[in-house]
Design a protein around this ligand. Structure first.
Ligand code: ZN
Ligand code: FE
Length: 253
């Protein structure tokens, strides 16, 4: 499955997947960006996959649906996502043209109905997991978000992670503040700086790298736990407490 990153707005990535004879897109926040890509490649739009209802992820849907009425429109059951042709839920399998097959995983926390699409060694994870960070918890609890991140963290370590925003450098300062002695993190930040200096994306990341570097996936690491405890001014016991503290702390940054 060939994936093209399409930058949109200030820091979003929309994703175009070559599936059989058509193109499937993930989270088409901006129809213009998708239309340009289809024109450039001379391909037809065959499917739209939606992770969650936020405008930067669904904003282009209506225009794309009008222009490509035969394209499948796939997403979670949520009245805030208009005009789906197929609703998916945890454990569903989505088979697109060619060899594009995805398993749907429910990942609530950022939004109540957020899903991710996992297949062929990659995961399109919307706003749940970011490189060196995670999404804000807008709907649901910190525990729900942690459970969603735990499911992503349990994917094979070489799984390529397609986050929907280029937030890595912005997240790096917080990650280094929490986990300053982490040499894998220091190296990752240096690598990302070099990429961004060349205007290259830091996405995809992979699960193994995030397990080594991302403080939100390291809530049971002694250093991360200690840093969160200092911030909370009390001895945190559980990884749930550590996660909630990190998320609230980062919200202040
Ligand atoms: Zn979002
Ligand atoms: Fe977003």
């Amino acid at each position: 499955m060939h994936v093209t990153l399409l930058p949109a707005f200030s820091d979003n990535y929309l994703f175009a997947l070559r599936c059989g004879s058509g193109i499937a897109v993930v989270d088409p926040g901006d129809a213009d960006v998708i239309e340009h890509h289809l024109k450039d490649t001379g391909q037809a739009l065959s499917a739209i996959l939606i992770t969650h209802h936020h405008p930067d992820h669904i904003g282009g849907m209506a225009r794309l649906a009008a222009r490509w009425p035969d394209a499948r429109r796939i997403g979670p059951d949520d009245a805030r996502i208009p005009s789906l042709t197929e609703v998916v839920t945890d454990g569903n399998r989505v088979t697109l043209d060619g060899d594009c097959v995805f398993e749907v995983m429910a990942t609530p926390g950022h939004t109540r109905t957020h899903v991710v699409y996992h297949g062929d060694g990659q995961v399109f994870c919307g706003d749940v997991l970011f490189s060196l960070g995670c999404g804000r918890v807008f709907e649901g609890s910190a525990d729900e978000m942690l459970a969603s991140l735990d499911r992503l963290a349990a994917l094979p370590s070489d799984t390529r992670v397609y986050c929907a925003h280029e937030y890595t450098l912005r997240n790096a300062g917080f990650a280094l503040a929490v986990d300053p002695g982490n040499q894998d993190l220091q190296q990752r930040v240096a690598d990302v700086r070099a990429l961004r200096d060349e205007h290259q994306p830091s996405i995809p990341t992979d699960i193994g790298s995030e397990l080594r570097c991302n403080p939100f996936l390291r809530c049971d690491d002694p250093q991360v736990k200690a840093a969160a405890s200092i911030h909370a001014a009390c001895e945190l016991q559980t990884r749930s407490e550590v996660f909630a503290t990190l998320r609230a702390w980062k919200n202040l940054c």
